[in-house]
Unconditional design. Structure first.
Lengths: 309, 378
């Protein structure tokens, strides 16, 4: 049975230990803290918090070392990153106008059938653009994988096998938050998605985001003004039909019903679930079995507590 | 008349107890949308509001309120405005500048304190205050043997929380650094913006000049001090990113001139400039109208205006519309914009003071040094 527990930020309220006790998994605990980048090795605090030894996969630094040793792989990786950046830029250009139109129509108080149809069509256009973006990104990843398979890099293959082995032997995997793009990049680089799907996982913040089918970036209170939520990438797809929203309390503009309604309708049927500090969502075989301090955004823009389904 | 004062006078001249209640129960000045009423209580021959707002008379008389020791003046004031003031009280032929006793909101600067008038809708930004959740950076001192000044200069260095020697950091050099720390809450601002990922963790070198009226007015020694003394010394001591985009200069008033001048003498060495209410005195024809100390400033600014060039990658400029320097700042803006640099100019309903400069730091710093908050979910 596939079990995952999604948590919110571990500060100020840490509930990782509670989640571990809930799972009562045997075997070694392996962590992925690549989202911490340079601080990846600093897992002492984490070990102290859970009171058990942890083996970190060190994905961020392992990748840096391989890139330093294997310039061809590094160049290929760089090329993929450049393409992803450019795709994101192009997507953003189209997204901005689509979101302006959709929001304007949602603000219209007319209430006629004509208006409702156009509102629905405007949101559909944004949804289609999101889908298109994920397809373009997936094609970039596929092209990378194909070209990488042609590179004969024994050290990379052996490292990948060793990482997979550690994961297989583990009783529990912890995926920490941090830089979400770096985190998904490293997990994808070492192709660990399939093994992870078979393990009990506790993931928080960015860690929870990468488990979903899509990674959605959002911040309504950024210093240079609100930004429209963006799809960054496909996630690992281990958790289906949930868009995890860490720091939702501070990052989302709950005062704007239209904005929140748009958020919900844009990503439906996936449920946009808040993950603030203290939140916990427990899933078994992609079914939410319990949730604490997490809300789902409704298509009206309101929210209600996440419940088991 | 302000409705609260109207209410006080509803039944004629108020009794002393009613005046006591009025003073105790209200916050002063009395704020309404679009206007503000200053109140002074005391015996005097004349009372004036001294506000040093460009465009308004520097001294406006308060009127005595009948049958009381109250004085009042109502002025129109756009919402969210902020400025500093004192009362000039004339008694027995003596003129004295005093703080507004009824207003506990004070702003401090190197010359002392002023009362602060906060117009309707103004709120001090939360990110300027100490936030117990924000990890605190540390301040250290660094002594530099300056070849430019032929003496040892002491800097304060801000190291971000969780500073690591094995990482590389952007460097911000702040003119009048101790004043920014003391009067513009710079440490709180840095701690909060870094903690909230709105700017990257950075090292901040805070300079202090023993003679800013000379050294900050286009002094070649100061430009050399920053580029040839300070930068190598800080680089040798701390891990810095070797990229002009990761180096910035900050300055307010004459500090803004010093920052612009240093960048002008070392184009593209400092990629990011944050210039607040810069004293960019110039003259299109003839001599400028300011004091002689501005002669070297006008010489430099005139030179730059005649032969402008790109001296940084991005420049954030701000200026209060209640300060006379708004003219100089607005005049410099198109010259800078035409050089292909990215410029963000912000005009605010505020005056030439440290709280104005404090309140602009988030906008400036996050624009020049955007943090990773869009991608980081910890």
């Amino acid at each position: 049975m596939a079990i995952q527990i999604l948590l919110g930020p571990q500060s100020p309220t840490a509930n990782l230990k509670n989640a571990i006790e809930l799972l009562s998994a045997d075997g070694p605990v392996v962590s992925i803290t690549a989202g911490w980048r340079d601080s990846e090795a600093e897992t002492d605090e984490l070990q102290n918090a859970i009171g058990r030894p942890i083996e970190d996969l060190n994905l961020y630094h392992q990748a840096e070392e391989i890139f330093a040793r294997e310039p061809e792989l590094h160049a290929l990786q760089r090329e993929r990153q450049d393409q992803l950046l450019e795709l994101q830029r192009l997507y953003r250009v189209r997204l901005t106008s689509g979101m302006i139109a959709a929001r304007k129509l949602l603000r219209d108080k007319g209430g006629s059938d004509l208006l409702r149809l156009e509102q629905r069509a405007a949101i559909s256009q944004v949804r289609a653009l999101d889908r298109h973006h994920v397809q373009r990104i997936s094609a970039t990843h596929q092209s990378f994988d194909k070209r990488r398979a042609m590179l004969d890099i024994p050290s990379a293959t052996s490292l990948q096998q060793s990482l997979e082995q550690k994961l297989r032997q583990s009783g529990l995997v912890l995926i920490a938050g941090g830089h979400v793009a770096v985190l998904i990049n490293r997990i994808r680089l070492f192709r660990l998605g399939d093994v992870l799907a078979q393990k009990p996982i506790i993931a928080w913040s960015a860690g929870a985001m990468v488990l979903g089918e899509r990674i959605v970036l959002f911040h309504d209170d950024a210093p240079q003004g609100k930004r429209d939520a963006e799809v960054l990438d496909a996630g690992l797809g281990i958790v289906r039909n949930v868009i995890p929203l860490p720091h939702a309390k501070s990052r989302l503009d709950w005062s704007s019903r239209n904005r929140m309604a748009m958020f919900s309708r844009r990503f439906a049927p996936a449920k946009c679930c808040t993950l603030d500090s203290g939140s916990m969502i427990h899933l078994e075989n992609n079914r939410i079995t319990s949730a604490i301090q997490s809300s789902v955004i409704l298509r009206t823009g309101r929210k209600k507590p996440v419940t088991a389904r | 008349m302000n409705p609260i004062i109207q209410s006080l006078y509803r039944d004629g001249a108020p009794a002393p107890e009613a005046i006591d209640n009025f003073v105790e129960q209200n916050r002063f000045p009395l704020i309404e949308p679009g206007r503000i009423t200053f109140v002074y209580r005391g015996q005097a021959k004349e009372v004036h509001l001294r506000s040093w707002i460009a465009g308004l008379s520097t001294a406006q008389p308060l009127e005595p309120l009948e049958g009381s020791d109250l004085w009042a003046l109502t002025v129109d004031l756009p919402d969210k405005s902020r400025f500093e003031y004192k009362f000039e009280v004339v008694t027995n032929g003596e003129r004295q500048l005093v703080l507004d006793d009824l207003n506990g909101v004070l702003a401090h600067d190197p010359f002392g304190a002023n009362s602060v008038c906060q117009g309707y809708g103004y709120r001090r930004p939360g990110w300027t205050r100490h936030d117990p959740e924000s990890r605190s950076g540390n301040l250290a001192t660094l002594k530099i043997a300056s070849r430019a000044f032929q003496e040892t200069r002491e800097l304060e260095i801000y190291l971000p929380a969780q500073f690591r020697r094995n990482r590389s950091y952007p460097l911000l050099v702040v003119h009048d650094g101790p004043d920014y720390l003391r009067y513009a809450d710079l440490k709180n601002v840095l701690d909060n913006l870094i903690h909230r990922l709105e700017i990257p963790a950075m090292i901040v070198a805070m300079t202090h000049s023993p003679d800013r009226l000379v050294e900050y007015t286009g002094d070649e020694r100061h430009a050399r001090f920053l580029s040839e003394d300070l930068l190598p010394a800080v680089s040798a001591k701390f891990p810095l990113l070797d990229d002009s985009k990761a180096r910035g200069l900050v300055g307010a008033s004459l500090g803004g001139v010093a920052a612009l001048h240093t960048a002008g003498r070392n184009p593209q060495l400092f990629g990011q400039l944050l210039l607040q209410s810069g004293s960019f005195v110039f003259s299109d024809l003839g001599h400028h109208k300011q004091e002689p100390l501005f002669d070297p400033v006008a010489k430099f600014v005139n030179e730059y205006r005649n032969n402008p060039y790109a001296l940084a990658e991005k420049i954030y400029m701000s200026c209060g519309i209640y300060e006379s320097l708004i003219y100089e700042n607005r005049s410099l803006l198109p010259v800078l914009q035409d050089q292909g640099m990215q410029i963000l100019f912000e005009e605010v309903r505020d005056a030439h003071n440290w709280e104005n400069w404090r309140d602009r730091l988030r906008q400036g710093l996050t624009w020049l040094f955007p943090g990773p908050l869009w991608m980081v979910y910890e």
